[in-house]
Design a protein around this ligand. Structure first.
Ligand SMILES: Cc1ncc(COP(=O)(O)O)c(C=O)c1O
Length: 385
């Protein structure tokens, strides 16, 4: 019997990194040394105190049973406390918070929870591919692109966005792939735009703790945002816990209820021991300032950012240091795939900008997920390219 994927799935482009992984596997099979700066998976360890909490939670009776899709009360309480100390945002843990199996899961599922077939979703371009594919395409919604251009500091020009028929809008700052940040004034403008046009903002704040300057904002700090915004975050990047899948959605109670209802039919929640570790990790915050382990991370990534951007400048590739995230977004002109392939021939793996949308063409993205000595070797190998 021949098994065929659905027509819908056949039309879905392959996940960006699956393609890159195939190319890298071929290079490795040939015995080449590989410097993989493509995927945003931190190389640094989870802080040991968090690992210990997870270990002992795994030994607690009941910790391997089902949780609920919405998350345990203690976990939602910890998220509420974190929002209060970190952003000054008050949340009701019973109505305004839902646990996620990583923020990616919620970012993808929210469209099916809130958007009807044929309705419009506003998607930043370049952007995290899940907005356009796992969310918009799979839910049967229509995508309208909001270009993020260098001359506009990689913020969408909201005056030029066609809001007619739009139900939902994704925004993501600190931004993947550009490393750009958003001021509170921009977030106010976005909330005004959403309220004026009856659009729900899905604010992806996965890199909120990875800023090298001022701490990033939550969109929920903006007055009126609780009516029209859902924010996504996780422990993945903040605490180097990508594989533990500890995420959460917070914000407008009706949207959270819809997401929790959908999730109750497709998952049975985040493991309880993971929620214990997540609650503990978030409890390390006592204010806006990150705890010591997070500060250490930020300073390591800031150092790598300086090293790579200075190295690229030295060899004639101009770039600006990103103010946040561990991504360096470099304008190389011309075909981003051709440039990335040239680097791959030298064993350097980066992500071609076109993979993040058509407005990413001409750029490549470095993820600073290797140590300084690897970054020095990368720069050395790139000489003369
Ligand atoms: C912009 C952005 N949002 C969300 C995620 C998902 O992270 P997680 O599902 O681990 O929380 C990522 C992961 O790379 C990302 O880059």
């Amino acid at each position: 019997m021949r098994i065929e994927a659905s027509e819908r799935l056949k039309k879905l482009p392959p996940y960006l990194f699956a393609d890159i992984e195939n190319k890298v596997a071929k290079m490795r099979a040939k015995g080449n040394e590989i410097f993989d700066l493509s995927i945003g998976d931190p190389d640094l360890p989870t802080p040991p105190e968090i690992v210990k909490v997870m270990q002992s939670a795994m030994e607690e009776p009941g910790s391997h049973g089902y949780s609920s899709s919405k998350g345990e009360q203690f976990f939602r309480d910890a998220v509420a406390r974190w929002y209060s100390v970190r952003f000054g945002v008050k949340l009701d843990p019973s109505r305004e918070i839902c646990s996620l199996i990583g923020s990616k899961e919620g970012i993808a599922n929210i469209a099916n929870a809130l958007v009807n077939h044929g309705e419009k979703i506003l998607v930043p371009d370049p952007g995290y591919p899940v907005y356009a594919n796992g969310s918009t395409f799979l839910s049967g919604a229509k995508k309208t692109v909001m270009p993020l251009l260098e001359q506009n500091a990689f913020l969408p020009n909201l005056n030029e966005v066609d809001a007619s028929g739009a139900k939902l809008m994704y925004l993501n700052y600190p931004n993947n792939p550009t490393g750009a940040v958003a001021s509170i004034d921009f977030l106010k403008e976005a909330v005004d735009f959403a309220r004026g046009n009856g659009i729900i903002i899905c604010y992806d704040n996965a890199y909120s703790e990875m800023s090298f300057g001022e701490p990033a904002h939550s969109i929920l700090e903006v007055p009126g945002a609780m009516d029209c915004c859902v924010e996504f975050n996780s422990c993945s990047k903040t605490f180097n816990m990508t594989g533990s899948r500890i995420g959460f959605a917070v914000g407008a109670a009706d949207a959270i209820a819809a997401l929790a209802k959908l999730k109750s039919q497709v998952d049975s929640g985040l493991p309880i021991y993971a929620q214990r570790a997540g609650a503990f990790a978030l409890s390390q915050y006592t204010g806006k300032d990150p705890p010591a382990a997070v500060k250490k991370n930020i300073s390591i990534f800031a150092q790598r950012m300086k090293l790579l951007s200075a190295g690229l400048c030295d060899i004639g590739i101009a770039c600006r240091v990103s103010p946040a995230t561990f991504y360096l977004w470099v304008n190389v002109g011309g075909s981003s795939i051709a440039f990335a392939d040239k680097l791959l021939d030298k064993g350097i793996v980066v992500t071609p900008g076109i993979g993040f949308g058509s407005h990413g063409e001409g750029f490549i993205r470095f993820a600073l997920t290797k140590d300084e000595s690897a970054i020095r070797r990368v720069v050395e190998k790139m000489k003369g390219i």
